[in-house]
Design a protein around this ligand. Structure first.
Ligand SMILES: Nc1ncnc2c1ncn2[C@@H]1O[C@H](COP(=O)(O)OP(=O)(O)OP(=O)(O)O)[C@@H](O)[C@H]1O
Ligand SMILES: [Mg+2]
Length: 145
């Protein structure tokens, strides 16, 4: 793996834009299309907001780590982790429209968006320990190392 970037941010929604911007800056060096860049930013936004909102509910505070690597030429891997409450039933959480939000703010579409905008998504989570979402995105343009 080359070009590994690791950043740690406070798990607050105010940092969502920063997470997007960091991922976009990294991906930009691999010469993505405008569409691919938008897809990466959107997927990262969903993973980051999940970590900040669901990972650390209520008064809980903590951090979100984002690790980005180029795993193959023009293939990027983005890992977004929190050490929060974790997910009890991952398969259920990933179903379209499933949300544990009791208000009407969340639509339960975050994982569906991440799935459709990337090539592969893996979710590792343990209740009480936290969650890691791994996103893999292949870019059309060949990046010559
Ligand atoms: N990092 C996380 N830690 C704990 N629970 C999570 C985490 N990410 C997701 N979840 C759980 O999975 C559910 C589904 O997530 P998803 O992003 O698909 O929908 P949502 O966040 O509820 O709504 P939306 O993303 O549309 O605003 C969440 O409601 C939450 O219960
Ligand atoms: Mg979400």
């Amino acid at each position: 793996m080359e070009k590994i970037l690791k950043v740690q941010m406070e798990a607050v929604l105010e940092n969502q834009g920063l997470a997007r911007a960091v991922a976009a800056a990294y991906a930009s060096e691999l010469d993505p299309t405008v569409e691919e860049l938008t897809e990466i930013k959107t997927a990262v936004s969903e993973a980051f907001s999940n970590a900040a909102i669901h990972g650390y509910p209520g008064d809980m505070s903590g951090s979100v780590t984002m690790e980005i690597a180029t795993i193959r030429p023009s293939t990027i891997m983005i890992k977004i982790s929190d050490q929060g409450v974790g997910i009890e039933d991952i398969a259920q959480a990933m179903e379209p429209l499933f949300t544990t939000d009791t208000g009407d703010e969340r639509s339960g579409m975050g994982f569906t968006v991440m799935e459709s905008f990337t090539d592969k998504i893996k979710v590792d989570s343990r209740p009480g320990e936290g969650t890691t979402v791994t996103l893999i995105k292949k870019l059309d343009t060949y990046y010559d190392f």
